[in-house]
Design a binder for this molecule. Sequence first.
Ligand code: DAH
Length: 354
Amino acid sequence: MSSTLDKNDIANKIDKASSLDKLEELRIYYLGKKGLLTSEMKSLSLLSVEEKKEKGQKLNILKKFLDNELLKKKNIIENIAIDEKIKSEKIDVTLPSRNFFTGKIHPISQSIYKIIDIFASMGFSVESGPDIETDFNNFTALNIPSHHPAREMQDTFYIGGESNEEDRVLRTHTSPVQVRSMLDSKPPIRIIVPGRTYRSDSDATHTPMFHQIEGLLIDETSTMAHLKGCLIDFLKEFFEIDDLQYRFRPSYFPFTEPSAEMDIAFTKKNNVINIGEGNEWLEILGCGMVNPRVLENCNIDSNKYQGFAFGMGIERLSMLKYGITDMRGFFDCDFRWINHYGFSPLDFSSSSGI
Ligand code: DAH
């Protein structure tokens, strides 16, 4: 047998291996396809039966010895690596802790959750529609034909098509979702639609993107009295003021007839607005009985069905409820602002957490 297949020599070499790579080199050196021990095993076939038996036994013992030594050393090397890793990852409990921040719920989201909660309790379900709308849904179906002066009231972002018919707009209000719902489903309909809306306008009380919530109820019997009751209940609950002072004022919207706006009373002391009572009035929403023309545009029989609609700005409601004075702060993405005005995601007392 070759002297290099001496047990002591093997044990020595394996003992000196300092890494798993070196150990693998040794395994290949002895046991690989062309390894020393493998070649010896192959040459057995050239021997006589007697010699084969004797040498075969020795080689087998040697193979077991090799396997065993390699495995032992492998464990040793791996344990050393683990020990070193543990040492290097030791936690120094005397170090000051790192700050960690929890996110806050944006006041707009908080208001939307709250508004949904209130209307859901009255049996309304939530609908949504796309931000990019057809000219038809945003205007024409809502009784605002082209060249109607009401289009001028809403500084529209147009996305031009080949013809007027194909024109797309960034929706200027959430009212087009009324049209979508009426075209897609049959009365009775009772929906609210929170969502983003866009107008080309920017100052302390306007941002080019803002949020509205739309309401629509269509059935055979609902009247202006139901509309009033519904909105009064909503505002009292939203602002959490039982004796909230309000008024309905006649107004004009092409898609409602008659139309009204709702104001709530407020006082202003030291630049702080106090809502609920006082001699001054703040416009809070638009509403009215759905114009029969809109029903017909949406394939609903206006002799059989009627209903009401309303729409309001979520920023305005949030500013009043949470005492926020500049609307631009909503979308500045200033960490200090959201930390101040935001809501803890773990506080479920004032929202449904939807
Ligand atoms: N769409 C109107 C706007 O953006 C708000 C509005 C008023 C919606 C009256 C309505 C409504 O559904 O009935 O100014």
